[in-house]
Design a protein around this ligand. Structure first.
Ligand SMILES: [Fe+2]
Length: 287
C-alpha cells in the first residue's frame, strides 16, 4: 500500500496497491492522518456500504441517523443514501443547524454519476482566513440563529420508534444555545443560536464551518442573526465568492471511501442527471 499526498484536492489520498482489505489498515495511523488532513480518500479498497460501516465502527463511539435520507437496508440502519434529488447541494456542515453535529461524515461510492455529481468540500479554516477583516469582525461579534420544526415522524426517526415527548424533552433540556417549543400537533420547534465561526476539533483553529449558506438558500431553511434580523444578501454574496474560490472536488470512483472532519470542513455536491448514481453516507461521533 502506498499513500499519495494529493490527486486533485487537499484530501489525503490513500491508495491500495496491495489488494488489501480496508479493515487491515492500522487504525491509529489513519486516525492521525484524519486529524492532520481532515479529509481522507481511500481508493481501490473496493469499499461497499457494509465495509464502510465496519471500518467506521473502529473509530466511532456512536452513529446517528439523518432524518431526510432513505435507509439502504434494514440490517444496516445507519447507512443511508445521500440527499435525495439530483440538484446542486450548497456548502454545509452536517447537522450544524442544530447542536447535534456529528464528528465525521463518511461517504462511499457504489456508482459514480456518468457525468458531474462530484462531492464538493471546503476547508472552513481557509474560508475563514479569506473572508476579510469586515466579515470576520461581523461573525465574531454576532451569532446566528437557526429555526427548525420537526414533525413527530422526524423526531421519532432520530430518537427511535416508540420515543415520546418526554424523551424529546430529556434530549433538548439544558443545551447551550438551544430553546424549543412542543406544539399542539406534537411537532417540535427549535431555535439554535451559535457562532458561525467554530473551533476545529483538532488544532483548535477558527473555521467558518457552519450551515449558513445552505440554510439561507433552502426555501424551508430559516437563518438570521441572533436577534432575528436578516443577514444581508451582500454578506451572503461575499461569502459565496470566497467559497467559490476554494471549492475542492472529489471525483468518485466505484469503491471509494471518504472520511470528512465535520468540525472543520463543509461539503456539498455538483448536480447530475444520472439516475444510477449511488453514494452512501454515514454519520458518527468519534471514540
Ligand atoms: Fe450533507
Amino acid at each position: 500500500m502506498k499513500t499519495a499526498s494529493s490527486l486533485t484536492t487537499s484530501a489525503k489520498v490513500i491508495i491500495n496497491k496491495e489488494s488489501k482489505s480496508i479493515l487491515e489498515l492500522p487504525i491509529q495511523e489513519q486516525l492521525n492522518l484524519f486529524k492532520r488532513f481532515g479529509v481522507l480518500l481511500f481508493r481501490d479498497f473496493g469499499v461497499d456500504y457494509d465495509k464502510m460501516k465496519e471500518f467506521a465502527e473502529q473509530f466511532s463511539s456512536k452513529f446517528v441517523l439523518d432524518k431526510d435520507r432513505p435507509i439502504v437496508d434494514s440490517r444496516n440502519k445507519f447507512v443511508t443514501l445521500v440527499d435525495p434529488g439530483m440538484h446542486y447541494v450548497s456548502p454545509h456542515c452536517e447537522n450544524a443547524n442544530s447542536p447535534f453535529r456529528p464528528d465525521v461524515i463518511w461517504f462511499c461510492c457504489g456508482v459514480p454519476a456518468a457525468q458531474s455529481g462530484e462531492t464538493l468540500f471546503w476547508d472552513g479554516v481557509r474560508v475563514w482566513e479569506q473572508l476579510g477583516e469586515e466579515l470576520r469582525e461581523l461573525f465574531i461579534t454576532r451569532k446566528i440563529k437557526f429555526l427548525q420544526k420537526f414533525p413527530p415522524a422526524d423526531w421519532k426517526r432520530f430518537l427511535g420508534v416508540g420515543s415520546t415527548i418526554a424523551d424529546v424533552k430529556r434530549m433538548l433540556n439544558d443545551i447551550s444555545g438551544l430553546s424549543y417549543k412542543i406544539n399542539q400537533d406534537q411537532s417540535v420547534s427549535i431555535e439554535y443560536v451559535c457562532s458561525a465561526v467554530v473551533k476545529t476539533k483538532y488544532g483548535h483553529q477558527n473555521a467558518f464551518a457552519n450551515s449558513l449558506i445552505a440554510e439561507y438558500k433552502n426555501p424551508r431553511g430559516n437563518v438570521t442573526f441572533e436577534d432575528g434580523s436578516s443577514i444581508a444578501s451582500t454578506v451572503i454574496n461575499q461569502i459565496n465568492q470566497v467559497m467559490n474560490s476554494c471549492t475542492e472536488v472529489i471525483s468518485w470512483q466505484p469503491g471509494d471511501l471518504v472520511m470528512i472532519d465535520n468540525s472543520r470542513f463543509l461539503h456539498g455536491r455538483r448536480s447530475f442527471s444520472d439516475r444510477n448514481r449511488r453514494i452512501y453516507s454515514l454519520l458518527s461521533y468519534l471514540k
